[in-house]
Design a protein around this ligand. Structure first.
Ligand code: AMP
Ligand code: MG
Ligand code: MG
Length: 317
């Protein structure tokens, strides 16, 4: 069946197993305790041994199975020739192969795809704060041309505070084909719960929250984790008027959210493009809602002046 499935479905099915393996590596490195932290662009942008190793696992596995695939990883170009052989995943998730694939996506070839990889989203929570490991996710997003169409989110520390419970979960989705591994829940009616960054706050973010006056604000780590809160009905909107997120942060969450009826755009309501040549940074921020119908309310209630300031609003270091 794998050989006859459309290219996008095959890469998605492989990515499910690959994300699981990357999650094992992230847990193994934490258990050993040698995180090997380095600052990339500054203290707000860290990389650990787990980010590097998980990316090596994901890229080597994808390129082993699909040498012609375009893959962009957060940690940039790395030497894949020396990695342990048991990091190279050679199988795929058979259950994903029967996802409904629209005719337009079916005709996409391997060379039409770009895969965006955030090997460890929520590095600040992984390294700096005790008790927030379940904010960490592995994100593998697939674009056909410019459109984010499919994604995998693996949460390696799901359930880690519940003794005896199964540790970790993986879910995935395809636009037009639905979601597997997670049952979406609608957020409570009659309230506005907004989630935003915990560790990359700015004045403009606070100003936006003051204008929106949500009933509750959930400041948590990770782009993947915040979109997951929308999917699980714990928040109505993810509001991030900052240019801090990159395409690897939003590709997988956007695709899965769209597959379940939500909407993710920039703060002006424009959809991001995900072809391999696109600028990595999401310059106009992120605005996502659990239900697509709620998106316009946020767009209408955020002043143009705020929207125009997003791209220049990064905190001065
Ligand atoms: P957060 O919501 O703060 O956990 O951020 C979500 C994702 O965007 C993570 O991958 C962060 O590393 C990244 N990010 C957000 N803001 C910044 C920033 N100011 N500098 C570097 N990375 C950022
Ligand atoms: Mg990230
Ligand atoms: Mg990352």
């Amino acid at each position: 069946m794998a050989a006859t499935a459309p290219a996008v479905v095959r890469v998605l099915a492989s990515s499910v197993r690959i994300a699981d393996r990357a999650g094992d590596i992230i847990r193994e490195i934490m258990a050993k305790g040698k995180l090997g932290i380095v600052e990339k662009t500054g203290k707000d942008d860290l990389q650990t041994e787990a980010d590097r190793s998980a990316q090596n696992c994901i890229l080597a596995s994808l390129l082993h199975q699909y040498p012609e695939l375009k893959v962009v990883g957060e940690e940039g170009e790395q030497d894949l020739s020396q990695i342990p052989s048991d990091w190279i995943v050679k199988d795929l998730e058979e259950n994903a192969l029967d996802l409904n694939c629209t005719d337009a996506f079916k005709s996409a070839k391997m060379e039409d795809l770009t895969v965006w990889v955030d090997p460890l989203d929520g590095t600040a929570e992984y390294t700096q704060v005790k008790g927030l490991l379940d904010h960490v996710t592995v994100l593998i997003g697939l674009a056909i041309g410019s459109q984010a169409v499919a994604g995998v989110i693996h949460q390696p520390y799901w359930n880690y505070k519940t003794e005896g419970a199964k540790l970790g979960r993986t879910f995935y989705g395809l636009v037009g084909g639905g979601v597997r591994g997670l049952t979406p829940v609608k957020p409570p009616q009659g309230q506005k719960i907004v989630t935003t960054t915990r560790s990359h706050g700015t004045g403009l973010i606070q100003q936006t929250l003051d204008i929106l006056k949500p009933d509750q604000i959930l400041k948590v780590g990770g782009a993947g984790h915040k979109v997951m809160l929308l999917m699980e009905g714990k928040a109505h909107a993810y509001v991030f008027p900052s240019p801090g997120c990159k395409k690897w942060d939003t590709c997988a969450p956007e695709a899965i959210l769209h597959a379940m009826g939500g909407k993710l755009t920039d703060m002006k309501g424009e959809t991001y493009k995900y072809h391999s040549e696109v600028e990595h940074r999401n310059m106009d921020g992120v605005l996502a809602t659990a239900e697509a119908a709620d998106h316009a309310w946020y767009l209408d209630n955020i002043p143009q002046e705020v929207k125009d300031k997003v791209k220049d609003s990064l905190r001065k270091k």
